[in-house]
Design a protein around this ligand. Sequence first.
Ligand code: MN
Length: 355
Amino acid sequence: MKISKVVVEPLDIPLKESFEIALGRFDMAKNVLVKIVLQNGITGYGEASSSEFITGDNQNTLISIINYLKPLLLGKSIEEYIKILQELKRAVKFHPGAFMALESALLDAYTQTLEIPLYKFLGGVSSKIETDITLSISSLENMLKNVFYHLKRGFKIFKIKVGKNVKEDFEKVVRVGEEFPQIEIRIDANQGFTPKEAVKFINSLVEKGIKITLFEQPVHCKDLKGLKFVTENSPVPVAADESVFTPEDAFMVARERIVDVINIKLSKCGGILEALDIISIARASHLELMIGCMLESNVGLAGSVHLACGTGCFSYVDLDSPLLLKELPFKGGFELEGPFLTVKHIERGLGISPA
Ligand code: MN
């Protein structure tokens, strides 16, 4: 079945509340929507979130690159999706957001033609995962209010963004942990600490009896020596996020035992095929896996949900972006019930349809 049309357009979605991390602040998800239409009318969906602070791409550059790549898709057979992707990746430099969105649309269309859901195509190990919910850097009052709100909706795992101010961060995490001893807390510093600050920070929290289960990207992404130092001196597992984009990066941190956990994001590695390579490296090295996201709506997140369900290999799931958005322009991809993401009801592809 041949590809007859490729549509790329901006998808701006306002956030429920402004989102701040150590690297910047956002009020709007400036995303990009991709649709690949086959001759028989089947439409595959993909989305990229622009996360310029992390990937260097913004909405405009992603749209230009995808438009530039269009001729490499039109008229091609969807059955040759791997060959098509290889050609796309050879044609331009590494733009993981663009690759991720195009791959999602290709795989969605392909598995629709096969009449199976993507998570089954990827192994079908499970059909339900539990995500954490992220608390961005904000006032303590706001953070406590957010924990209370999400606890009532069934969330048990909270990821707290830190890395702007060691002292304030420490006090906030302690207060949240003391106020809500029943929750599990993951910490993400987004590169904001020095190695020594990070080690002191995490040890002091654990000594205080706060239930921390993961420490994500404590130091600068290029400081692998510092990251290893934190891992060796942390009482909880340390995860690499910004330090690992590609399978090559994953191989490096695995070989040098830099971290305990690798956080895979399709928006960093460029899609599911690369994610599968990272998964293999992590498994062979006995590293644990986390799956994360940027600010994708359910369209862009669906590939990650299907990957996590299909492979069943992620110990830490951080796929909460739709919960941070004010509205979702499309339906489907998965179903959200509190912290649970389920794909069991999906019959073909990603299961996305216009709202
Ligand atoms: Mn992170």
